[in-house]
Design a protein around this ligand. Structure first.
Ligand code: BES
Ligand code: ZN
Ligand code: ZN
Length: 488
């Protein structure tokens, strides 16, 4: 999809169809030329409600306000309607919240994110004829918008949304087509295209690095594990950010096998790692003045005679011993070693891990929201704020010393599961905390994306399946660091 920005008013533009966003049900606005027809069609301009007037070549969509979130999902809803049609080009005005062009960025993101569909496994692929969107600088509230600022926003929206769709593609790919080796080659070819550095560790190097817990999880799979390290190192870097992703290309649960219904969708257990690859792509393309490292622990958790077992005691890279009581709590084992490796390789100002870590997080906060955990309240709030600014839902979940006691082990330093059913998202976060060095304690946040990463229905600007959760949130966070003067 390509975008063109013009100073000409919308009426002077030619296109197959015009998209009009009806804000706050204001059908008296000058953009709404078909008030009577819309009334006849029963269009109420509720958020994301659409009305296609074929004979007028106009598509109306409701948005409850000029807030970015409302405009983003409205744009996505509009473009979804056009998916099954033959319209090739759209014209649209500029919508800003009191002149803030972030709303324009959100609209463009909405168009790209809403147009996404995953057709790889369909024998008859639906073509999306929509190719061209012309954006007029004619502003909803008649404000003057700087053309350079607007064009920069469109550029940023394209990079962020394309990276999100790139992540969606990786996550939606089946486990037989995307296993650790494939994930590494996806990262390598992306790095080659964008100029990032990429290092891939194979089992021999992983053994040398003493990543025995990661290797134990990987043992029963016919697909050997990989640890991926992507680097964006600009000369003018303001600070250093490290991202670590859980890349379970499949999670069968291992010997603590998942029930059939819970195993379906576990191809999406690589969402954290896929998000890290997507964020790195965006950061490279935006060429942000921040040094960013992306690590992915890519592993498949399977069963077999060689599988690691409940009752095993594993030694993590930092020397801590872990009693395994459930092989389905594998993500934290893979992350433990990958986090240790990442901290050994890079001293960062911010350290995040992204993971579909627990079903408990989904139970606690629902399908659409990520849980943000860590030792620093300030950092948790910072992440929640930037997630919301980026159009993602996130909420802080607080650690407490009572839950911490539930992951004690009688025979090892720590147990990989808690002794209580309750608070599972938090105890998983507290487990990870054991693998964070003193220097990184307050610089680290754990982001549990188990809910939003993969949802089996469309929601907002997200399609059925992979959403690319974490990508926009982290890109926005790093963009914020790039504009700040002091953050250390
Ligand atoms: N990958 C799952 C978590 C998950 C569940 C992600 C649902 C997305 C949707 C993780 O490895 C897991 O199985 N966790 C267990 C932990 C338990 C054994 C302590 C869980 O959440 O049940
Ligand atoms: Zn699991
Ligand atoms: Zn898992």
């Amino acid at each position: 999809m390509n975008f063109e920005l013009t100073a000409l008013p919308v009426v002077d533009l030619s296109s197959d169809i015009e998209v009009i966003i009806v804000v706050d049900k204001d059908t008296k606005h000058r953009f709404v030329q078909d008030k009577k027809l819309l009334k006849k069609a029963g269009f109420e301009a509720n958020q994301d409600e659409t009305c296609l007037l074929v004979s007028k070549n106009r598509l109306y969509v409701g948005a409850e306000s000029l807030a970015s979130t409302a405009i983003r999902t409205a744009a996505a809803a509009a473009v979804k309607v056009l998916k099954g049609t033959q319209y090739k080009s759209i014209k649209v005005a500029t919508y800003t919240n009191k002149g803030c062009t972030y709303t324009l960025r959100a609209m463009i993101e909405g168009f790209i994110l809403g147009a996404y569909s995953f057709e790889t496994y369909k024998s008859k692929k639906k073509k999306n004829p929509l190719k061209h969107i012309t954006v007029s600088l004619e502003e909803y509230s008649k404000l003057d918008i700087d053309i350079e600022k607007a064009s920069e926003m469109i550029h940023k929206a394209q990079i962020t949304a394309d990276a999100t769709n790139f992540t969606r593609d990786i996550v939606n790919t089946t486990p037989d087509d995307c296993y650790p080796e494939v994930m590494a080659s996806i990262a390598e070819s992306m790095a080659e295209d964008t100029g990032l550095a990429c290092k891939v560790l194979k089992p021999k190097e992983l053994r040398k690095e003493k990543m025995e817990t990661l290797l134990a999880v990987a043992r029963a799979s016919r697909h050997a594990p990989r640890v991926i390290h992507l680097t964006h190192k600009p000369k003018n870097a303001k600070c250093v950010v490290t991202l670590v992703g859980k890349g379970l290309t499949y999670d069968s649960g291992g010997l603590s096998l998942k029930p059939a219904d819970f195993m379906v969708t576990m191809k999406a257990d690589k969402s954290g790692g896929s998000a890290v690859i997507g964020v790195m792509k965006a950061i490279a393309e935006l060429d942000l003045p921040v040094e960013v490292h992306g690590f992915v622990g890519a592993v498949e958790n399977m069963i077999g005679g060689d599988a690691y077992k409940p009752d095993d005691v594993l030694v993590a890279k930092n020397g801590k011993t872990i009693e395994v009581r459930n092989t389905d709590a594998e993500g934290r084992l893979v992350l433990a070693d990958t986090l240790c490796y990442a901290q050994q390789e890079v001293k960062s100002d911010y350290l995040f891990d992204l993971a579909t870590l627990t079903g408990a997080c989904v139970v606690g906060v629902g399908n659409y929201t990520s849980g943000i955990m860590g030792n620093s309240d300030a950092l948790k709030s910072f992440v929640v704020k930037e997630a919301k600014n980026a159009g993602e839902l996130a909420t802080a979940l607080d650690f407490n010393p009572y839950l911490k006691k539930t992951i004690k082990s009688e025979i090892a330093d720590i147990c990989n599961v808690s002794n209580t059913r309750y608070g599972g998202a938090i105890t998983a976060g507290q487990f990870l905390s054991e693998f964070i060095d003193k220097d990184h304690k307050d610089k680290w946040a754990h982001i549990d994306i188990a809910g939003p990463a993969f949802v089996e229905h469309a929601w907002g600007e997200n399609p059925h399946g992979a959403s690319g959760a974490g990508v926009r949130m982290m890109v926005k966070f790093i963009e914020k660091l790039a504009t700040e003067d002091s953050h250390k």
